[in-house]
Design a protein around this ligand. Sequence first.
Ligand code: NOJ
Length: 759
Amino acid sequence: MRKIGIFIMLIILILSACTNQQKPMNEEDRFIEDLLSQMTLAEKVGQLNQYTSRWEMTGPAPKGDEGAQSQLEQLKSGMVGSMLNVNGAEATRKAQQTVVENTRLGIPLIFGYDVIHGYKTMFPIPLAEAASWNPELAYLSSKIAAKEAAASGIHWTFSPMVDVGRDARWGRVMEGAGEDPYLGSVFARARVEGFQGDDLSDELSIAACAKHFAAYAFSESGRDYNSVEIGDETLQNIVLPPFKAASDAGVATFMNAFNTIQGMPATASSYLQRDLLKKQWAFEGFVVSDWNSIGEMIPHGAAADLKESAYRAIEGGSDMDMEARAYINHLEELVAEGKVDEAKITDAARRILRIKYRLGLFDDPYKYCNVENEKSMLYTAEHRDAARKVARESMVLLKNEKQLLPIASSVKSIAVIGPLANDKDSPIGNWRAQGEYDSAVSLLEGIQAAVGKSVTINYAEGCKLSIGKRTFPDKMTYNESDRSGFAKAIQAAKKSELVLLAIGEDCFQSGEGRSQTDIGLKGLQMELFNAIYKVNKNIVVVLMNGRPLAIPELVDKAPAILEAWHAGSEAGYAIADVLMGHYNPSGKLPMSFPRTVGQCPIYYNYKNTGRPQAEAPGQVLWSCFTDAPNTPLFPFGFGLSYTSFEYSDIVLDKTVMDENGTLTASIKVSNTGQLDGEEVVQLYIQDMAATYTRPVKELKGFEKVLIKAGETKVVTFALSKKELGYFYPCGKYVVEAGQFNLFVGGNSVELQQTQFVIQ
Ligand code: NOJ
């Protein structure tokens, strides 16, 4: 009996030795371990410290900021591992030189920057790009942005933002891919691959950063930096999937978030950063804090002072400290006191060095700082062409009555009106990196170029959207009273056959810190519309905005509406391409448009509740508003074309899925109009009864197909059983047996439907 016991013990020992066996060291590991072995604790802590340059600040200046001179001294003494907001090949070279030539080990800096939708050539804002439902475009724009940024000495972008955003009051929805975790995952992957390419050491690629980990978009009432109260089931199924997709795509870094989640600061969350990301997902890169998010644990009430913040952040798994100076001031002390194990600091430094190694910075710290490249590789004709292509495919046709669009060749006079009609700046959008002020092609310029001399253009601004200077960190003051431009606009409308009215949001109305309680048309814009509508009903509204808008009156009255978003450098040309019919619009909304802000957050994949309104329309004791419908103004996935599509019934290859099952769903889509067009065919499922309730619909696939006029195409989706499960709140992924609805169609509401069963 004893012998058996000893034998079993032996087997257990051998097995555990096998599983604990470290993977063999490769060249990268050897290099990094060797370097780490030479580093003092202070030098390791230096690697964890990130400062902004003083000439562009994307957050509030830290208290007790010592200024540029002291920063230079710190660079020289090896107390800085990374800088953000240093721009240009020359400046990055200079800073790099300071570090490489003055510090004991000469470890190069990694330069980070917010390259969100282009570097110099601006692409549509990310929300718009997601409206293309074409991940290849996100890949392309990220690739070009990486190329331009790299040529300017940038190694690392704080992008993509993969926060699933359901609340249009939150201004940062412009930076993401909208409200759906599946679409968000597809775009997360495409963007990471676009920025990073196949090889991080390639001179044309830069490291990406999945942010903000996690749940930042769920800030209460859409107010930026506010606390987050979401349940674990929503966290697992809605928030985390795009982060997982980014991690699977090999994203080099993650950024944590400003918010708390159920009282726990994301920055201190060892569940998120250590257990999930680094252990379960086997993420090899590093986590950077958000701007002073470590220091902000003090006002959150989660740390008494900066020392405790540093303690909580390093314990939680934040590797790099952006702008809090918590690590540089307190980590050594915390180790000396025995409160923090040095191994944690070594691990954080290892992760940072690993990414520097992969970028090739140890081979050539200056490889990205090339003034010649910078001169020739930015804002090229090729990049601007790409920006135009991406922009036109991102636009969504919301309404088109009276066949106003595409503009008929018989139209000989067009009024171009509105505060955004000749605005060369708003299309650049917020988070514009090095995109220059007033550098976009305006709608007026675009349409003039498209029609040439054959059509008379009557331009009038009508009214201004805001008063005074609008700059990055300031709040805007909207024009509520200056109607002096109305008369000219009315005249222009009167003498024209067609009106193009460009209204919506200024570029600095959305983005970080731009939360709003009113997401309608600000200032006098609706009044301007009404004044013009009185004299000319042939109005095509061109919306330029960074978030879904609540605009029921406009939608009711305007016969045609094109959602053009903040469309980037080539906005005007791209809009004209669509208006003239040179490109048939194919975009679909990545976020629902509410009827009223009171519906926010509003999203297609809601839970049915125990009293779904559909069962008793008009009755109050059911889940409904008494003063507005539950339904959105425009649903997720919605968008029109200049042609029309018809869907057949869905054909399933089987209706019962077994153990390791797969299933295919096919549908015929016919182009029944006169023009060739692209349609985004969308597939949704609904798990009818589950342990934890499931949404009424979940997007599980889509395909964008070009269908010629009169042609029919069969679109087939293959689903495997493992795609049909969901996460329990504890994070366990489960596929449950039972009945499922399956839907296919051109938006999340107008759908063909069938059923299948999982055994
Ligand atoms: C704060 C923002 O939340 C983050 O997204 C950005 O990358 C950093 N500032 C750096 O600018």
